[in-house]
Design a protein. Structure first.
Length: 85
C-alpha cells in the first residue's frame, strides 16, 4: 500500500506527481499488468482430452476430404458430433 501525505504549501499537482512517481517506482502497476492475462496451465487430464478430441476431429475431416464431402458445414457437424460423445 502506497501512502503519500500532503506537505505544507504543496500544490495538488505536485502531490499527484509525487504519488505517481512512487507508484511507478514500487512496480505495483507492472506486476498487475503482468498478471492481467495469466491463464492457469491445463491439468494433465485436460491436456490429454483436448489432444484426443483434436485427433478424432482430424481423422473425421481427413475421411471426409478423401470422399470429397468436406466443407465448412460438415466440419461443424463433425465437431458437434464428437463433442456430444
Amino acid at each position: 500500500m502506497i501512502e503519500v501525505k500532503k506537505k505544507d504549501r504543496e500544490t495538488s499537482e505536485s502531490l499527484i506527481r509525487r504519488f505517481s512517481r512512487r507508484v511507478h517506482q514500487s512496480g505495483v502497476l507492472l506486476t498487475a499488468r503482468k498478471g492481467r492475462f495469466y491463464a492457469k496451465p491445463k491439468s494433465r487430464r485436460q491436456t490429454r482430452e483436448s489432444a484426443q478430441y483434436r485427433s478424432k476431429v482430424k481423422k473425421e475431416v481427413d475421411k471426409l476430404k478423401k470422399i470429397g464431402k468436406f466443407d465448412e458445414e460438415s466440419f461443424k457437424r463433425v465437431k458437434k458430433k464428437i463433442s456430444e460423445e
